[in-house]
Design a protein around this ligand. Structure first.
Ligand SMILES: Cc1cc2nc3c(=O)[nH]c(=O)nc-3n(C[C@H](O)[C@H](O)[C@H](O)COP(=O)(O)OP(=O)(O)OC[C@H]3O[C@@H](n4cnc5c(N)ncnc54)[C@H](O)[C@@H]3O)c2cc1C
Length: 407
């Protein structure tokens, strides 16, 4: 049997590794648009911030040899021909498959396509992006940057650039940074603390409506509030779009069943796959590394053994990079809100019918594992959660379990 993967990202690497560990002995080809061993996008901002390149290759540089893979790199797939069971690439190659693993992830969204032709404007998505940004920063001796978009990726980008020594302004259309992974108050707290701790400048409730360039290089950005920022470096982090159009022109992700099958011969996983939420069942793209890995694992077991079922995705978001100030959230931010705050730590749990419906933990990670477990297990939590939430020692759960007095 010949297996072909579209993509060499986190889902595809996990899938291939699992195939071999499950005893799959057939031929495997991986088709990728970049020319690297599999890498983790979660780690590439650290590389930009100065960590060694080796650290991004999360399954080893020798991945293709170790798992007996034929790598077909630097040549994107442009078409999946289901009838003939082949994929076609930009450079005219045709690759036949018996089973396809379709995991091309998502691509950086640019408000205007022509922005990408201006030197100094970058997405923040791939290892190629990080290399290009790093080279540009040192060549042009950049000392400042504008990051457009203050979500998870935008903040990650801003912190990485600040680690490199640049001063950064984030332009964000919302009322607060990290607006998707926080509620209004939590996001306002995180924004205030991030500004205090790093000195980043944050321009909220405004957008970049245009860029200016001279001799093909960026000179500045114009904002919708009528002001202008002079800059030679703009990182665009206003969202991503799934690369799902490869399958029948689908625009909003590839639907699949619980065995991660999108078609009898095509598995999918990762940031392109439409799955359902493990707790509330809502369909959607739940783009994070743990979901991608779990989905790939199920797909590989299905292919080799015909067994296994995906338990659903979690919308957990953990921003814990570059500085010691984590922001963690999960679930839905509605229901009865219980809040506790002291110093740099802010915690909120949303209860619905006595169970955790969502939570936001800022400035500290120690409760998040326990909240995660309470949320996923759907245990009744209303009786203990007030005490636990307000335990400044962060060990209320363990003290209770050991029969000790609350701290
Ligand atoms: C900067 C950054 C930081 C992140 N940090 C975190 C984090 O801290 N925690 C977390 O959980 N998640 C994080 N994520 C998200 C996480 O990386 C993704 O959810 C995960 O990588 C999804 O795996 P994937 O295989 O679907 O996509 P990817 O890992 O992006 O892989 C997609 C692959 O497909 C290739 N490809 C695309 N189009 C084609 C084509 N037409 N033909 C061939 N190949 C193609 C790409 O080059 C790539 O190899 C981060 C993402 C980014 C960009």
């Amino acid at each position: 049997m010949r297996v072909v993967t579209v993509g060499t990202g986190m889902a595809a690497a996990e899938f291939v590794e699992r195939l071999r560990l499950e005893g799959f002995d057939g031929e495997i080809a991986m088709v990728g648009d970049e020319d690297f061993p599999p890498y983790s996008p979660c780690v590439i901002p650290f590389y930009l911030a100065g960590e060694p390149l080796e650290t991004v290759f999360w399954k080893g540089r020798d991945f293709y040899e170790r798992y007996r893979v034929t790598p077909l790199l630097g040549d994107p797939v442009t078409e999946v021909d289901r009838e003939r069971r082949l994929v076609r690439t930009r450079d005219g190659r045709s690759e036949r498959y018996d089973r396809l693993f379709l995991a091309p992830g998502a691509r950086n969204r640019f408000p205007e396509p022509q922005w990408t032709t201006v030197a100094g404007v970058f997405g923040f998505k791939t290892l190629s992006d990080m290399m290009a940004i790093g080279e540009y920063v040192s060549r042009e001796k950049c000392s400042e940057a504008v990051v457009y978009g203050g979500g998870f990726i935008g903040v990650d980008a801003a912190l990485a650039l600040m680690k490199l020594g640049l001063s950064v302004t984030i332009v964000h259309r919302n009322t607060r940074l990290l607006s998707q992974m926080t509620d209004e108050e939590g996001g306002a707290f995180a924004t205030r603390k991030l500004v205090e701790k790093t000195g980043m400048v944050v321009r909220l409730r405004t957008r970049v409506e245009g860029i200016t360039a001279g001799a093909g290089r960026l000179t500045g950005v114009n904002l919708t509030d009528g002001t202008r920022l002079e800059t030679t470096l703009l990182i665009v982090a206003v969202g991503v779009d799934p690369n799902s159009e490869l399958l029948d022109g689908l625009e909003s992700g590839i639907p699949c069943d619980d065995g991660m099958l999108a078609d009898p011969d095509i598995f999918t996983a990762g940031d392109v796959a439409r799955t359902r939420h493990a707790v509330d069942g809502a369909p959607g793209i739940y783009a994070n590394a743990p979901n991608a890995v779990a989905q790939a694992y199920v797909a590989a077991r299905q292919l080799v053994r015909g067994e296994g079922s995906y338990a659903g995705s979690l919308n957990s978001t953990v921003l814990r990079k570059h500085i010691d100030f984590p922001v963690i959230s999960m679930g839905r931010f509605d229901g009865e809100a219980l809040t506790w705050q002291r110093g740099d730590v802010w915690r909120r749990v949303y209860l619905r019918d006595g169970r955790i419906n969502g939570y936001i933990i800022i400035g500290d990670t120690r409760m998040s594992g326990y909240l995660h477990q309470l949320y996923v297990s759907r245990q009744l939590a209303e009786r203990e959660i007030r005490d636990l939430l307000s335990s400044p020692r962060h060990d209320g759960y363990y003290r209770r379990a050991l029969g000790l007095a609350p701290a």
